[in-house]
Design a protein. Structure first.
Length: 152
C-alpha cells in the first residue's frame, strides 16, 4: 500500500505529493484477447500475433483503453482513503497514450495527488496516474482521474 489517508479531509495536506507505486503486472495475449472480446475491438494489431509480427510494433499491443482500465486496479494498490461511506469514480479530466504496450510488457502505476476540493460535503480528488512500462522510455498512459469521497 502506498498511502493511507485516515479521512478524505486529510488528503488536502498531500496535494502535489507522489503517493506511491502499484505492483508490476504483465500484459498477456490472453488479457488482450479477453479485452477485445469484451469491447468488440478485434483490430489485428491487438489480436493477430502472426500478422502483428510484421506490423508497426513487431508484436501485438494492448488496446489503449485496456491500459486505461488497469488504472483502477493500480489506484486500489496505491491509495486508501479511510473514514468514508463510499468512493465514487467521477471520471477523468485528461488521458494520453504516449507509448504502445507490446504483449509481454510489465506495467505499474505511479500516482500524484493533483487537487482536492470539498464539494457539497464530499471531497473530490484529482490523482494523476502514470502507467510505466518496465524498461520503457515513455509512459504507456497518463491520466488525471477524478474521484469523489463521501465521509462516513
Amino acid at each position: 500500500m502506498g498511502t493511507v489517508f485516515k479521512s478524505p479531509s486529510e488528503m488536502k495536506d498531500s496535494v502535489g505529493k507522489h503517493l506511491g507505486y502499484s505492483d508490476w503486472m504483465e500484459v498477456t495475449q490472453e488479457t488482450i484477447d479477453q479485452f477485445a472480446q469484451a469491447t468488440r475491438d478485434h483490430q489485428w494489431i491487438h489480436v493477430d500475433p502472426e500478422k502483428a509480427k510484421n506490423g508497426p510494433f513487431g508484436a501485438t499491443i494492448a488496446h489503449g483503453y485496456l491500459t486505461l482500465s488497469l488504472v483502477s486496479s493500480f489506484l486500489f494498490q496505491i491509495v486508501q482513503v479511510q473514514g468514508i461511506a463510499m468512493g465514487i469514480n467521477y471520471g477523468v479530466n485528461k488521458v494520453r497514450f504516449p507509448a504502445p504496450v507490446p504483449v509481454g510488457s510489465k506495467l505499474r502505476g505511479g500516482a500524484e495527488l493533483v487537487e482536492v476540493e470539498e464539494i457539497k460535503g464530499q471531497y473530490q480528488a484529482v490523482v494523476r496516474v502514470t502507467v510505466e512500462i518496465e524498461g520503457g522510455k515513455r509512459p504507456a498512459c497518463v491520466v488525471d482521474t477524478v474521484s469523489r469521497y463521501v465521509p462516513a
